[in-house]
Design a protein. Structure first.
Lengths: 496, 181
């Protein structure tokens, strides 16, 4: 019986993978549903196991499986891992994604699973925290706070009930790494959480997954059940969000798990001191926790050997929007924005020139191609008036109207504001109105000054990143694309 | 099992708002209190179990009727205001029944970069109902969603939990036919 691999990832299914898989089952194949390798242009991807390894074909449409099995499908890719898009990656966190059967424990173990947890269990909590510190790992959710320092705070908190919380409320447009990993390698997330629990003395953990990810919810639930005996006495529970973007903010997320409205808490106290149910809590993003098994298995030095400046290790970059080679590209920090968008991403999908890229989701800045030599690094992006965020890069071609995107940033903030602080709740609505006036006016100078002033208030007066960072896309659009707001073109762009 | 009198603390004066002219396909079970209580038992061991319970109620009944709010409050020992506050905070929780089909279309940046705005307008026209509403014949509810995590293959939609990528006029037509069937 021929064994074939077909992605069961939500993106592959959205492109028709289920029908292809069913056809292969009817043809008598043994079909293994994997996660996605991460290049959506070749999905639905079918890999056929042969004496020469796994041979890929993609995209494959329903009705074409016969020619795939005959080996004559025109989209013959050969060994998928050898394609340039994959061969140039450094897959630390996503090594197994797209390769293994996500819910097969034996598969996970064969591919290096549980080694990090086994090593962690042979060490003291302080040794584990030291290893995470030495790796240089920083919060992959966006803030970039050193993960080891956070863990140290929870470890140092007085003994008693503590929690580990995994933030899987990946609401940023242009990001999908958490989703892909939860669907493609859920045990990796679980292993990272179990290590965190062992390191800080927490017996229970929560994974908070957004409701927009039904596939990830299903896979994580099953993975939790199947691995419960391996992570015991650590106990995991999955919680499903309910459509509120702001719950991706850590304190709003904690309130949501507690069964309340997802409203942001004032800090201090930090969650590490008084988090879930008022207890010391490690709350980390999916990618931060999923980086930990590698660090414990291969050593902190191996992880820290890759990177740039104070940004150590790899970042699973998500190439999104109007881009030819959209997908997941894990690589060490330091690669430039231009390399990611032009060389790896292959430019726009529409074939038109790139005009702007938004890095870091709805709260991230818009950059023009003039800034494409920026290295992917927390500090470099902060210096340039932006942020890496969750490392999603959304590409726009020259048909984009940047004042419209600035308006959308304010509109989104107004829709998603939790309502607790005034700059965010009211400022966002006033922002939409002000941008509407700018778009309609012959001489918008006064309203542009007002908009900048409003952004300043939101930036410094908001309780959390939703209101505080919405000015990033708005101001960057104003600064780099003034011609879309009735002004003269920015010098850097005019020079091109 | 402790019986809860539906009439005791659930005055119907503050009844569920309904859109004019929308035909409701489902009706509330007569034993609403028992349904809520049996669902609540499933989440009794969960700390902060209100969200899981609300998800379960909505899964069971299609929406969270205002008459269920005092019952949920009672079994979880919360105030009605607490439960009402949570139901109305989260966009997922419905206070009126949805259409027979629910179509969610992504409005976020990555889909906009791939022509999402035009598809939004076409969808509202093709499905004959504005965003955020249920069509008068109750066949379909059209809603915005902010990101499905399929950001390189947009514009994207979720049709009754089934993801659809690279949405265009042809696929919208297919969705409209599916709803009419």
């Amino acid at each position: 019986m021929t064994r074939v691999y077909v992605s069961g990832d939500m993106a592959a299914v959205a492109l028709g993978a289920d029908a292809v898989a069913e056809e292969l089952v009817r043809a008598g194949c043994e079909v293994v549903r994997t996660g996605s390798r991460g290049l959506f242009r070749i999905e639905p991807l079918v890999e056929v196991e042969t004496g020469d390894g796994r041979i890929g074909y993609g995209p494959v449409l329903p009705g074409e499986t016969e020619v795939v099995l005959a080996g004559t499908h025109p989209h013959h890719l050969g060994e998928v891992a050898a394609l340039p898009f994959f061969a140039s990656q450094q897959r630390f966190t996503f090594a197994r994604c797209g390769v293994v059967d996500p819910l097969n424990l034996a598969d996970y173990e064969t591919h290096g699973g549980w080694q990090g947890l086994a090593n962690a269990r042979s060490r003291t909590p302080q040794q584990i925290v030291d290893a995470v510190k030495a790796s240089g790992l920083r919060g992959r959710g966006g803030a970039g706070f050193p993960t080891g320092v956070k863990w140290q705070t929870v470890l140092d908190a007085p003994a008693g009930e503590k929690f580990v919380v995994c933030n899987a409320d990946e609401g940023d447009s242009g990001t999908f790494a958490d989703r892909m990993l939860m669907e493609g390698d859920p045990f990796c997330v679980i292993e990272g959480m179990a290590i965190a629990g062992h390191a800080v003395g927490a017996r229970s953990g929560y994974i908070y997954v957004r409701s927009e990810y039904p596939f990830a919810i299903r896979t994580m639930r099953e993975a939790i059940a199947r691995s419960a005996h391996l992570v015991a006495p650590f106990v995991l529970e999955l919680r499903v969000g309910a459509g509120a973007y702001v719950c991706g903010e850590e304190t709003a997320l904690l309130d949501s798990i507690e069964g309340k409205r997802g409203q942001v808490r004032a800090k201090p106290p930090l969650p590490a001191h008084a988090g879930l149910f008022g207890r010391p809590t490690v709350i980390n993003n999916v990618l931060s926790l999923a980086a930990v098994p590698y660090i414990l298995a291969k050593g902190a030095e191996a992880y820290a050997a890759v990177g740039y400046g104070r940004s150590r290790g790899t970042m699973p970059v998500q190439l999104a929007g109007n881009i030819r080679n959209g997908g997941l590209y894990e690589v060490g920090f330091g690669i430039t924005l231009g390399e990611l968008v032009d060389d790896i991403g292959g430019g726009t999908d529409s074939g038109r020139p790139v005009r702007a890229v938004q890095v870091g989701g709805p709260l991230g800045a818009y950059f023009p191609p003039a800034l494409f030599d920026l290295p992917f690094d927390y500090e470099a992006f902060a210096q340039a008036g932006g942020l890496i965020g969750h490392a999603g890069i959304t590409v726009f071609d020259d048909s984009v109207d940047m004042s419209r995107m600035a308006r959308f940033a304010m509109e989104f903030c107004a829709v998603e504001s939790c309502g607790k602080c005034t700059p965010c709740r009211i400022g966002s609505t006033r922002g939409v109105e002000t941008i509407d006036r700018i778009r309609a006016a012959a001489d918008p100078g006064g309203d542009i000054a007002l908009l900048r002033d409003l952004c300043d208030t939101m930036k410094h007066g908001s309780l959390c990143a939703l209101g505080g960072f919405t000015p990033f896309p708005v101001l960057s659009a104003l600064d780099h694309f003034p011609e879309d707001f009735g002004g003269a073109a920015a010098p850097a762009q005019a020079a091109e | 099992m402790r019986q809860i009198d539906l009439t005791e603390r659930a005055p119907l004066t503050n009844s569920t708002p309904r859109e004019e002219g929308v035909k409701i396909s489902g009706t509330l079970p007569e034993n609403l209190a028992e349904v809520i209580e049996s669902l609540a038992h499933r989440f009794a061991a969960h700390r902060g179990g209100l969200l899981p319970l609300l998800h379960a109620v909505q899964h069971e009944l299609g929406y969270i009727d205002d008459r269920a709010v005092p019952l949920i409050a009672r079994v979880l020992n919360l105030s009605r205001a607490d439960v009402h506050g949570v139901v109305t905070f989260y966009p997922d929780f419905r206070r009126v029944p949805p259409g027979r089909h629910v179509v969610k279309i992504c409005r976020a940046e990555a889909c906009q970069a791939r022509g999402g705005a035009a598809i939004e307008a076409q969808a509202a026209e093709r499905l004959a109902t504005p965003f955020g509403t249920t069509r008068a014949d109750g066949a379909v509810t059209l809603e915005p969603v902010y990101c499905l995590g399929l950001c390189a293959i947009g514009p994207n939609a979720l049709v009754d939990e089934r993801p659809v990528a690279r949405l265009d006029a042809v696929k919208l037509d297919a969705i409209a036919r599916e709803i009419a069937a």
